[in-house]
Ligand binder design. Structure first.
Ligand SMILES: [Zn+2]
Length: 275
Protein backbone atom coordinates (compact mmCIF):
# COMPACT_ATOMS: atom_id res chain seq x y z
CA UNK A 1 0.00 0.00 0.00
CA UNK A 2 1.16 3.53 -0.83
CA UNK A 3 0.61 6.59 1.35
CA UNK A 4 0.40 10.00 -0.33
CA UNK A 5 1.64 12.11 2.58
CA UNK A 6 0.66 15.43 0.98
CA UNK A 7 -2.39 15.83 -1.21
CA UNK A 8 -4.63 18.93 -1.45
CA UNK A 9 -7.71 16.94 -2.39
CA UNK A 10 -9.93 19.82 -1.22
CA UNK A 11 -8.44 22.23 -3.80
CA UNK A 12 -10.91 23.82 -6.28
CA UNK A 13 -9.11 22.05 -9.15
CA UNK A 14 -10.88 18.87 -7.99
CA UNK A 15 -14.36 20.37 -7.61
CA UNK A 16 -15.72 18.60 -10.69
CA UNK A 17 -14.45 15.08 -9.95
CA UNK A 18 -13.03 14.92 -6.41
CA UNK A 19 -14.50 11.55 -5.46
CA UNK A 20 -13.44 9.96 -8.76
CA UNK A 21 -9.90 11.29 -8.26
CA UNK A 22 -9.74 9.64 -4.84
CA UNK A 23 -11.19 6.36 -6.20
CA UNK A 24 -8.60 6.30 -9.00
CA UNK A 25 -5.84 6.72 -6.43
CA UNK A 26 -7.25 3.88 -4.34
CA UNK A 27 -7.45 1.68 -7.44
CA UNK A 28 -3.78 2.51 -8.12
CA UNK A 29 -2.83 1.30 -4.64
CA UNK A 30 -2.82 4.59 -2.73
CA UNK A 31 -4.58 3.39 0.39
CA UNK A 32 -4.15 6.53 2.43
CA UNK A 33 -3.81 10.24 1.72
CA UNK A 34 -2.85 12.99 4.15
CA UNK A 35 -4.80 16.18 3.42
CA UNK A 36 -3.03 19.31 4.71
CA UNK A 37 -5.01 22.49 5.32
CA UNK A 38 -4.17 25.94 3.94
CA UNK A 39 -6.66 28.30 5.63
CA UNK A 40 -9.25 28.40 8.42
CA UNK A 41 -12.34 28.58 6.21
CA UNK A 42 -11.38 25.25 4.61
CA UNK A 43 -10.99 23.24 7.84
CA UNK A 44 -14.57 21.91 8.19
CA UNK A 45 -14.69 20.82 4.53
CA UNK A 46 -11.29 19.17 4.83
CA UNK A 47 -12.37 17.21 7.92
CA UNK A 48 -15.53 16.01 6.16
CA UNK A 49 -13.52 15.00 3.09
CA UNK A 50 -11.01 12.99 5.15
CA UNK A 51 -13.90 11.27 6.90
CA UNK A 52 -15.63 10.42 3.62
CA UNK A 53 -12.53 8.81 2.09
CA UNK A 54 -11.08 7.36 5.30
CA UNK A 55 -7.98 9.58 4.99
CA UNK A 56 -5.89 11.60 7.44
CA UNK A 57 -5.78 15.39 7.64
CA UNK A 58 -3.85 18.24 9.21
CA UNK A 59 -5.11 21.61 10.41
CA UNK A 60 -3.15 24.82 10.02
CA UNK A 61 -2.48 28.06 8.18
CA UNK A 62 -0.23 27.83 5.11
CA UNK A 63 2.42 30.56 4.71
CA UNK A 64 0.89 31.68 1.39
CA UNK A 65 -2.35 32.40 3.32
CA UNK A 66 -0.65 34.32 6.11
CA UNK A 67 -1.27 37.75 4.49
CA UNK A 68 -5.05 37.32 4.93
CA UNK A 69 -4.90 35.46 8.28
CA UNK A 70 -5.29 37.12 11.68
CA UNK A 71 -4.88 36.41 15.39
CA UNK A 72 -8.43 35.06 15.52
CA UNK A 73 -7.34 32.27 13.16
CA UNK A 74 -4.68 31.16 15.65
CA UNK A 75 -7.26 31.08 18.45
CA UNK A 76 -9.58 29.14 16.14
CA UNK A 77 -6.78 26.68 15.38
CA UNK A 78 -6.23 26.06 19.08
CA UNK A 79 -9.97 25.46 19.52
CA UNK A 80 -10.23 23.21 16.44
CA UNK A 81 -7.26 21.09 17.57
CA UNK A 82 -8.84 20.78 20.96
CA UNK A 83 -12.18 19.78 19.50
CA UNK A 84 -10.58 17.16 17.23
CA UNK A 85 -8.23 15.77 19.87
CA UNK A 86 -9.94 12.37 19.85
CA UNK A 87 -10.34 12.29 16.07
CA UNK A 88 -7.93 9.58 14.83
CA UNK A 89 -7.85 11.25 11.40
CA UNK A 90 -6.19 14.40 12.74
CA UNK A 91 -2.54 13.46 12.22
CA UNK A 92 -0.61 16.78 12.32
CA UNK A 93 -0.58 20.55 12.43
CA UNK A 94 -0.06 21.77 8.86
CA UNK A 95 0.62 22.95 6.40
CA UNK A 96 2.73 25.55 8.16
CA UNK A 97 6.12 27.06 7.42
CA UNK A 98 7.94 29.88 5.70
CA UNK A 99 8.03 30.85 2.02
CA UNK A 100 10.90 33.09 0.89
CA UNK A 101 10.36 32.46 -2.81
CA UNK A 102 7.17 34.44 -3.46
CA UNK A 103 8.33 38.13 -3.70
CA UNK A 104 5.29 39.58 -1.86
CA UNK A 105 6.10 37.36 1.11
CA UNK A 106 9.70 38.55 1.32
CA UNK A 107 9.18 42.15 2.48
CA UNK A 108 10.48 42.79 6.02
CA UNK A 109 6.90 43.08 7.31
CA UNK A 110 5.79 39.84 5.66
CA UNK A 111 8.86 37.94 6.83
CA UNK A 112 8.05 38.97 10.37
CA UNK A 113 4.38 38.07 9.95
CA UNK A 114 5.24 34.65 8.51
CA UNK A 115 7.61 34.03 11.41
CA UNK A 116 4.91 34.99 13.92
CA UNK A 117 2.38 32.54 12.45
CA UNK A 118 4.99 29.80 12.11
CA UNK A 119 6.19 30.05 15.72
CA UNK A 120 2.64 30.35 17.07
CA UNK A 121 1.59 27.21 15.18
CA UNK A 122 4.65 25.29 16.37
CA UNK A 123 3.62 26.17 19.92
CA UNK A 124 0.12 24.83 19.21
CA UNK A 125 1.57 21.60 17.78
CA UNK A 126 3.59 21.21 20.95
CA UNK A 127 0.62 22.00 23.16
CA UNK A 128 -1.54 19.40 21.41
CA UNK A 129 1.29 16.82 21.09
CA UNK A 130 1.10 16.69 17.31
CA UNK A 131 3.80 16.52 14.63
CA UNK A 132 3.93 19.21 11.91
CA UNK A 133 3.84 19.24 8.13
CA UNK A 134 6.23 21.92 6.89
CA UNK A 135 6.22 24.03 3.74
CA UNK A 136 9.89 24.65 2.91
CA UNK A 137 10.74 27.11 0.15
CA UNK A 138 14.11 28.87 0.46
CA UNK A 139 13.45 28.74 4.19
CA UNK A 140 15.06 25.57 5.58
CA UNK A 141 17.41 27.37 7.99
CA UNK A 142 14.66 29.57 9.42
CA UNK A 143 12.36 26.57 9.84
CA UNK A 144 15.08 24.63 11.64
CA UNK A 145 15.72 27.55 13.97
CA UNK A 146 12.04 27.65 14.93
CA UNK A 147 11.93 23.89 15.48
CA UNK A 148 14.94 23.94 17.80
CA UNK A 149 13.19 26.49 20.01
CA UNK A 150 9.77 24.84 19.97
CA UNK A 151 10.78 21.24 20.67
CA UNK A 152 8.14 19.84 18.31
CA UNK A 153 7.94 16.05 18.00
CA UNK A 154 8.96 15.76 14.33
CA UNK A 155 6.86 15.48 11.20
CA UNK A 156 7.46 15.96 7.49
CA UNK A 157 9.46 18.59 5.58
CA UNK A 158 7.30 18.53 2.49
CA UNK A 159 8.65 18.98 -1.08
CA UNK A 160 12.12 19.12 0.37
CA UNK A 161 14.74 20.62 -1.92
CA UNK A 162 17.64 21.75 0.24
CA UNK A 163 21.19 20.67 0.98
CA UNK A 164 22.34 17.38 2.52
CA UNK A 165 23.27 19.31 5.69
CA UNK A 166 19.78 20.80 5.98
CA UNK A 167 18.23 17.38 5.30
CA UNK A 168 20.33 15.84 8.06
CA UNK A 169 19.31 18.59 10.47
CA UNK A 170 15.62 17.85 9.82
CA UNK A 171 16.25 14.12 10.21
CA UNK A 172 18.01 14.79 13.50
CA UNK A 173 14.89 16.59 14.75
CA UNK A 174 12.67 13.59 13.98
CA UNK A 175 11.54 14.59 10.50
CA UNK A 176 11.11 12.67 7.27
CA UNK A 177 11.58 14.43 3.95
CA UNK A 178 8.81 14.44 1.35
CA UNK A 179 9.74 13.60 -2.25
CA UNK A 180 7.36 13.88 -5.20
CA UNK A 181 6.94 15.11 -8.75
CA UNK A 182 9.98 17.43 -8.77
CA UNK A 183 12.25 14.39 -8.58
CA UNK A 184 10.82 12.94 -11.84
CA UNK A 185 12.62 15.52 -14.02
CA UNK A 186 15.97 14.39 -15.36
CA UNK A 187 17.35 17.92 -15.03
CA UNK A 188 16.69 17.86 -11.25
CA UNK A 189 20.15 16.45 -10.69
CA UNK A 190 20.76 17.87 -7.20
CA UNK A 191 17.38 16.70 -5.93
CA UNK A 192 17.89 13.25 -7.47
CA UNK A 193 21.32 12.98 -5.88
CA UNK A 194 19.75 13.86 -2.53
CA UNK A 195 16.99 11.26 -2.99
CA UNK A 196 19.70 8.63 -3.56
CA UNK A 197 22.04 9.68 -0.80
CA UNK A 198 19.67 10.02 2.16
CA UNK A 199 18.86 6.94 4.22
CA UNK A 200 15.70 5.18 3.07
CA UNK A 201 14.32 5.59 6.63
CA UNK A 202 14.18 9.36 6.05
CA UNK A 203 12.00 9.38 2.93
CA UNK A 204 8.25 9.68 2.46
CA UNK A 205 6.36 10.03 -0.82
CA UNK A 206 3.87 12.70 -1.76
CA UNK A 207 2.17 14.24 -4.79
CA UNK A 208 1.20 17.74 -3.53
CA UNK A 209 -1.68 17.31 -6.00
CA UNK A 210 -2.97 19.31 -7.83
CA UNK A 211 0.46 21.03 -7.80
CA UNK A 212 4.02 19.89 -8.64
CA UNK A 213 3.03 17.78 -11.69
CA UNK A 214 5.49 14.98 -12.48
CA UNK A 215 7.36 15.15 -15.78
CA UNK A 216 4.70 13.12 -17.68
CA UNK A 217 1.89 15.45 -16.55
CA UNK A 218 3.82 18.72 -16.75
CA UNK A 219 3.20 21.02 -19.71
CA UNK A 220 6.13 23.14 -20.82
CA UNK A 221 5.96 26.93 -21.13
CA UNK A 222 5.94 26.38 -24.89
CA UNK A 223 2.90 24.11 -24.74
CA UNK A 224 1.14 26.53 -22.40
CA UNK A 225 1.87 29.41 -24.78
CA UNK A 226 -0.10 27.42 -27.37
CA UNK A 227 -3.08 27.45 -25.01
CA UNK A 228 -2.73 24.14 -23.16
CA UNK A 229 -3.45 24.38 -19.43
CA UNK A 230 -0.83 23.22 -16.93
CA UNK A 231 -1.33 19.54 -16.20
CA UNK A 232 -3.19 18.64 -13.02
CA UNK A 233 -1.34 16.35 -10.64
CA UNK A 234 -3.40 13.69 -8.84
CA UNK A 235 -2.80 11.19 -6.01
CA UNK A 236 -3.07 8.30 -8.51
CA UNK A 237 0.32 9.42 -9.88
CA UNK A 238 2.06 8.39 -6.64
CA UNK A 239 3.05 4.82 -7.67
CA UNK A 240 4.64 6.10 -10.90
CA UNK A 241 6.52 8.80 -8.96
CA UNK A 242 7.63 6.02 -6.60
CA UNK A 243 8.85 4.00 -9.60
CA UNK A 244 11.27 6.84 -10.41
CA UNK A 245 12.63 6.78 -6.85
CA UNK A 246 12.87 2.98 -6.93
CA UNK A 247 14.96 3.13 -10.11
CA UNK A 248 17.17 5.94 -8.77
CA UNK A 249 17.91 3.97 -5.61
CA UNK A 250 17.95 0.50 -7.16
CA UNK A 251 15.31 -0.84 -4.81
CA UNK A 252 12.21 -2.90 -5.63
CA UNK A 253 8.76 -1.29 -5.65
CA UNK A 254 7.26 -3.50 -2.90
CA UNK A 255 10.21 -2.78 -0.61
CA UNK A 256 9.91 0.95 -1.31
CA UNK A 257 6.17 0.92 -0.60
CA UNK A 258 6.73 -0.86 2.67
CA UNK A 259 9.60 1.37 3.78
CA UNK A 260 8.01 4.72 2.87
CA UNK A 261 4.67 3.74 4.43
CA UNK A 262 6.43 2.69 7.61
CA UNK A 263 8.34 5.98 7.64
CA UNK A 264 5.12 7.94 7.24
CA UNK A 265 3.60 6.07 10.18
CA UNK A 266 6.67 6.73 12.28
CA UNK A 267 6.66 10.53 11.78
CA UNK A 268 2.85 10.85 11.78
CA UNK A 269 2.07 8.15 14.38
CA UNK A 270 -1.71 8.47 14.13
CA UNK A 271 -1.53 7.15 10.55
CA UNK A 272 -0.88 3.69 11.89
CA UNK A 273 -4.43 3.30 13.17
CA UNK A 274 -5.78 4.42 9.76
CA UNK A 275 -3.68 2.09 7.60
ZN1 LIG B 1 0.98 21.72 0.16
Amino acid sequence: MWIDTHCHLDAPEFDADRDAVRQQARAAGVGLCVLPAVQRSDWPGLQALAMRHRDGYALGIHPLYVPQADEGDLLALDAALNEARDDPRLVAVGEIGLDFFVPELCTPDMRERQWHFYVAQLALAQKHSLPVILHVRRSADGLLKGLRHAGVAGGIAHAFNGSVQQAQAFIGLGFALGFGGAMTFERATALRALACRLPLEALVLETDAPDIPPQWVYRTAEARAKGLAQGRNAPAELPRIAQVLAELRGVGLPALAQATSRNAQRVLPRLEALS
